[in-house]
Write a protein that binds this ligand. Structure first.
Ligand code: 6PG
Length: 239
């Protein structure tokens, strides 16, 4: 699937088509990174939207040799033990990671330890990687948050730390979180935001229109990839 002009969203029919298109983008990014630098740094998104993508990668690309050169990171994590259903690691492990052979190296955010300690540890993990991440997969909430960077949270102003601990808004099922910060997203070679469903249309529209109360518009870059189903793109097409 050819990518749309920079800044234009990829609008696909439904979540299933989005999984196919996003899987192709992951494999393209992997091939490019491995050809150029011998390794691929991929950050996974949490939540529910990426499940179909991860299942598609597991079903059709589990034995792709690029996994041997891949390090998996996480854009954020809920501060729970990795066996809890709310864990982003557990979701990715069950839908994707356990199926891959060769196995990628996985840098899990340790949700089971004190959030400030987990954030400090992940800041070090990202610094030890020592380069920009090649592809960061992101979701977007109805309030426009991405990773665990929530509108109005001081974490949006973080410019030094690569990961920090936050307290998500009360409506979130799990409030203590660890998230990568905007410097990580700003440095990433590629960002791909996945969104499906009409409930996301307003957040997508506001984000793409540059509402800097939201995290993504604060990134000084105009090459953010958007992969949307028709419902989530509802307003974006007229945006
Ligand atoms: C999380 C995610 C978060 C998610 C959005 C969208 O830990 O919840 O990282 O940023 O991507 O909240 O979530 P859905 O895909 O479930 O709508």
């Amino acid at each position: 699937m050819s990518s749309p002009p920079v800044g234009e969203p990829s609008v696909v029919r439904d979540a299933d088509a989005l999984a196919d298109a996003a899987a192709a983008r992951v494999l393209e990014a992997a091939a490019r990174a491995i050809a150029q630098r011998g390794r691929f740094g991929l950050a996974l998104a949490g939540g529910t939207t990426p499940r179909t993508l991860y299942a598609r990668l597991a079903a059709r690309h589990a034995s792709d040799p690029s996994w041997a050169r891949t390090t998996i990171f996480f854009g954020d994590e809920r501060c729970v033990t990795p066996d809890r259903p709310e864990s982003n690691f557990r979701m990715a492990h069950e839908t994707l990671l356990v199926h891959l052979a060769p196995r990628p190296h996985v840098q899990r955010i340790r949700g089971e330890i004190a959030p400030p300690d987990a954030a400090r540890a992940y800041d070090l993990v990202l610094r030890e990687w020592g380069d920009a991440l090649d592809l960061v997969l992101l979701g977007i909430g109805e309030d426009g948050h991405t990773a665990s960077l929530f509108p109005g949270d001081p974490a949006l102003d973080e410019r030094e730390r690569l990961a920090c601990d936050v307290l998500a808004p009360p409506e979130q099922a799990v409030r203590p979180r660890v998230t990568v910060t905007l410097p990580v997203l700003s440095a990433a070679r590629e960002l791909l935001v996945l969104a499906t469903g009409a409930a996301k249309a307003d957040a997508v529209r506001r984000s793409r229109a540059g509402d800097t109360t939201l995290p993504l518009p604060r990134l000084a870059r105009d090459d953010i990839g958007w992969m949307l189903d028709a419902a989530a793109a509802g307003d974006a097409r007229s945006g």
